[in-house]
Design a protein around this ligand. Sequence first.
Ligand SMILES: Cc1ncc(COP(=O)(O)O)c(C=O)c1O
Length: 382
Amino acid sequence: MTHTHNQMNFKPFELEYIQSKWEQIVDFNLTESGVHPISTLDLVQGDESKITELLGTELNYPHVNGNPELRQNIANLYDGAVWDKNVLVTVGAAEANDIIMKTLLEPGDEVATLTPTYKQVWGIAENMGHTVRPFHLRPETGWALDIDDMNAQVNEKTKIIAIVNPNNPTGHIFTEAEMDAVIKAADRVGAWILADEVYRGAERLREDETPSFYGRYERVLALGSMSKAYGLPGLRVGWIIGSADTIEDVWRRHEYSTITATMLSNHLAAYALSEEVRPRLIQRTRDYIRKGYPILQEWMEDQEGLFSYTPPEASAVTFVKYHLDINSTELMETLCREASVFVGAGDSFGMDYHLRIAFGQEKEVLDEAFGRIRNTIQRLQG
Ligand SMILES: Cc1ncc(COP(=O)(O)O)c(C=O)c1O
């Protein structure tokens, strides 16, 4: 790669970079951690008056911190959150993570992050010159948090403990004991917990939603998004929940980065999170996840001994170890080129010899895509 700018010390966000490269070219994109997106028409269920209202919306700036109805509907998802004090609407969880890092980190601060994980926070911290100390979810214990490892990585310099719960890529949901351990570690050194909870609502095995870190400890910034549990990634709406003064501080960063999400996305997100509509979207997401996963599992079982895995508790992806002597990025690229099927490489999440496979699609799509992966793997096995 040749660069026209000084990129010497800059590390690209590898997962998103690889996705931009392949996702529009391949026949089957199995890297989406959310389920198949819903259309605008299906979202409003063909409701003529809603459609007329949407088309008549003036495309002005909305409330730049999120329109009141949207903030109210978001606040309703958290015990004790107040809509006009504790909520900031952002352009996706992506902006939320970015401005939180810029607000909290000062020179010399360290970040402790769980791994494997979505490496946005990790990459931002490194690009800002901070030391990042990973601690592990362990495959050998069904992706349980290694609490001793975490405690060893959190020290007096740790400003942020970054968590993705439910986790991407493993689908692990923290137990109460794991949540308590994270809070205890943060409290010991006065660190913040950055709780990325974008998969909350996308549970596969349980009906109750994953509890938030918000309200359990003073220095928590929790975030959510329309992209995963609601099937609306194209809205580009996310949010941050936190104490009133911290929300003010991150808002000051939001003004520099994007000013605001759009008027239409504020309207549509408020509608999607309303009491009447939200349960339908959560059910739709869970239906995809609950129907898709058994198809993947059966396909993996069919190839005896090739894969080891712990079934995901939430999200539309799972992180599986493959027993082949080939690097995960190489395998991912071979599958893109030969099978036109795109899956996530373990390397992108900090763990080689794994693939992150998405299953939140229709059965016909999964059957065809998995069949093609099998053909390529059989060729690789000789
Ligand atoms: C854990 C996690 N956080 C944040 C994001 C970004 O989400 P958004 O579309 O809301 O910007 C993703 C997307 O894959 C994710 O998996």
